[in-house]
Design a protein around this ligand. Structure first.
Ligand code: ZN
Length: 85
């Protein structure tokens, strides 16, 4: 994940609250006759070239780059007369 500002491209009101969505592969062994699960291995995160981010305000989910690009298009204005709450 990048150390860059995010801005949700969907609701365009959130820059601070996000989920990162991670996929895991977890192998397990089944009994061929009964179908019972006999062993679960530890989950392994599946490496992804780009993180998947979810906005916690509107639940929009997309590539990290979409959030970064939106933040670059609409950078947060940081002046003494503008207050975001
Ligand atoms: Zn959003």
């Amino acid at each position: 994940m990048e150390e860059k500002p995010y801005f949700c491209p969907n609701c365009r009101s959130n820059r601070v609250k996000f989920n990162v969505i991670t996929s895991y592969a977890q192998s397990f062994m089944k009994d061929a006759l009964t179908g019972n699960i006999v062993e679960f291995k530890d989950p392994n995160p599946i490496p992804e070239p780009e993180a998947t981010i979810q906005c916690l305000v509107c639940s929009f989910t997309g590539n990290e780059m979409r959030f970064i690009k939106q933040a670059e298009r609409e950078p947060r204005v940081n002046t003494s007369t503008t207050t975001f709450t």
